[in-house]
Design a protein around this ligand. Structure first.
Ligand code: KG4
Ligand code: ZN
Length: 339
């Protein structure tokens, strides 16, 4: 195969998704995702009501090799044609991160090609720009199971933290409230589903820190308010109303803080990423607010919102094009910060 642009193979294994992707792209050209394979273990962990780290790493090692072969076949390329190998090196579960990063390093070592260790959060942050020719200065909101982060982005690799959660992440709050309401793991999509039949104004839950001048978030008070309200309800409790009212509070907090950050930074583009950005009422509320404030809203396509390797390959491609690589003895970092 004749190729003019670098080809990157990336592995994501920070939590319960084993993922392999192959992306190609050159300077000033939109990156192209040639393959993006994901094997989710969510079903396996559901019976435990959350993630079991030992189970996660064992399943990553079972799924990884067939997924790599599948990705190469879908992309129509051979390992020898890959220009650099990348993997998520943090944040995430230590034993899971080790599986993906060791595999990517082994391939890089055997092929005598560079290895790139990528921050999972940088993958999410850049995911709305896969398929774009450049990453412009913008305001970024990452809302995932482990993080809620507002960032001032000057360009690839130029990140300044504006605010983050002081306790639970937005996705974590969805998951914990889902569990309280007796919904299956993960709670986010389940709350969105049952909330469709509920009244978002039924319960007036707190919008913690919404009117504080800083740009940090707090979701644990909201979670506790749902718990206490639930305990006062008759049996069976009004799950749809509780879910809809909780979801509405999260949406108002995320939208309010994002707009405050946009005013402060004067950015004209808001890019939102991470699993919670799949939430349709959140997307609709952000779209309305951004239209009123004349902000351009960018949200990654659904398959790039939850954990995937295409976002890791894209982040690695930008670093590879900038001449960067990581040493083969680069460690994994379960609590790796982005900034
Ligand atoms: O980005 P992600 O796949 O993994 C992490 O890096 O954490 O995000 C997973 C989180 C979970 O907390 C899940 O409940 C939440 O995203 N999520 C949602 C929705 N879909 C997934 N939250 C709200 N509404 C959804 N539709
Ligand atoms: Zn993630």
């Amino acid at each position: 195969m004749l190729r003019r642009v670098p080809l990157i193979l990336a592995i994501e294994s920070s939590c319960v998704e084993t993922a392999v992707a192959i992306v190609c792209g050159g300077p000033g050209r939109a990156a192209e995702v040639l393959a993006s394979e994901v094997a989710s273990q969510i079903e396996l962990h559901r019976e435990f009501g959350g993630v079991v780290p030992e189970l996660a790493s064992r399943n990553h090692s079972l799924h990884l090799r067939p997924l790599i072969e599948q990705a190469l076949a879908h992309a129509g390329v051979t390992v020898a044609e890959v220009d650099a190998f990348a993997a998520t090196t943090g944040p995430g579960l230590a034993s899971s991160l080790l599986i993906g990063s060791t595999a990517a390093k082994a391939m890089a070592c055997a092929s005598r090609k560079p290895f790139l260790g990528i921050n999972h959060l940088e993958g999410h942050l850049l995911s709305p720009f896969v398929g774009h020719t450049r990453v412009p200065p913008h305001l970024a909101l990452i809302v995932s199971g482990g993080h809620t982060l507002l960032l001032d982005v000057g360009g690839p690799g130029i990140y300044q933290k504006l605010g983050s959660t002081r306790d639970d992440a937005a996705g974590e709050a969805f998951d914990k409230v889902g569990k309280m309401l007796g919904l299956p793991y993960p709670g986010g999509p389940e709350i969105e589903r049952v909330a469709r039949g509920g009244n978002p104004a039924a319960f007036d839950f707190p919008r913690s820190m919404l009117h504080d001048p800083h740009l940090d978030f707090s979701f644990s008070g909201l979670k506790t308010a749902v718990l206490y309200t639930l305990q006062r309800q008759p049996s069976p409790p009004p799950v749809a109303d509780l879910a809809a009212s909780f979801q509405q509070a999260v949406i108002e907090i995320l939208v309010g803080k994002s707009l405050k950050a946009a005013q402060r930074t004067r950015h004209r583009v808001l890019a939102i990423s991470g699993g919670v950005s799949l939430n349709l009422p959140l997307r609709a509320a952000l779209a309305r607010a951004c239209q009123r404030a004349r902000l351009e809203l960018l949200i990654a396509p659904p398959d790039l919102c939850t954990d995937n390797a295409a976002m890791i390959a894209f982040a690695a491609l930008l670093r590879h094009l900038a001449g960067e690589s990581s040493p083969l003895d680069a460690d994994i970092h379960p609590n790796l910060p982005l900034v």
